[in-house]
Design a protein around this ligand. Sequence first.
Ligand code: GDP
Ligand code: MG
Length: 296
Amino acid sequence: LDGYVGFANLPNQVYRKAVKKGFEFTLMVAGESGLGKSTLINSMFLTDIYSVEHPGPSARIKKTVNVDTNNVLLQENGVNLSLTIVDTPGFGDAVDNSDCWDPVIQYVESQYENFLDAETRVNRIVLPDTRVHACVYFIAPSGHGLKPLDVEFMQRLHDKVNIIPVIAKSDTMTPEEVARFKKQILNQIVQSRIKIYEFPESETDEDNEKHENRKMKDRVPFAIVGSNTIIENGDGKKVRGRKYPWGIVDIENLDQCDFIPLRNMLIRTNLQDLKQVTNDVHYENYRCRKLAGVAG
Ligand code: GDP
Ligand code: MG
């Protein structure tokens, strides 16, 4: 019969509905205060453009004092992506930083709790998913490696959320210094047994994707420059960048920093995998801790 909706048709319908509705993704930024977290998410997704004539909030002194969420709707190849960005208070300002990770952990776990509640109560196939799928962790461009606080923060978070380490304000270092610093940080991460987000080995034979992942992996920790100012580069082209006496940094130039690779990896190439690992590993860890009565 025409118009008969059998049960067998449901999964497909649900799938189509999900695609039509789009994907949900939550990105969090964390790290010491003043490293450019708010600036980066603004440059990447919120597209507030400031200029010398119209200085934005980052040019005035504005501190993120609470966990602050922002929603943006993006379109990628005609598919909607509903992106939630979680900005967290930077630590390092307080006299005592001994529990600076508390608000971050609280936020991550409260989203798991909401999801668990919904999962157990509601008999629906597609649940709203506000779990944190990635936490971009900012490392100061000191050239001296991770601080004890960085190590402890990542160790406390690594079985709760996908951690993606980045070197903040990499325009303050030379390319050689950045390369050396990246190696040093990776060594420390291994030695401290910190589990950062691992790029999946590609299962497909598509060389493109493999190549893409290889290149991404080689850039970890991503060296970042953020800017909410549009400036003119040498060719008279308007670019998002930072201006110096010696020249300009175009943050979207792949040779100058990893801004674009990080953006692509988050919302394109690794979006699905980040969601999957969040569900299969981190959320599962939470559920087990909860069942054992140690979460919260
Ligand atoms: P947050 O405390 O981590 O959120 O840091 P903000 O985004 O508020 O930035 C703190 C200051 O650093 C501001 O004056 C920014 O203009 C500046 N800043 C942000 N990103 C960069 C960057 O990539 N390079 C440089 N040199 N400065 C930056
Ligand atoms: Mg901030």
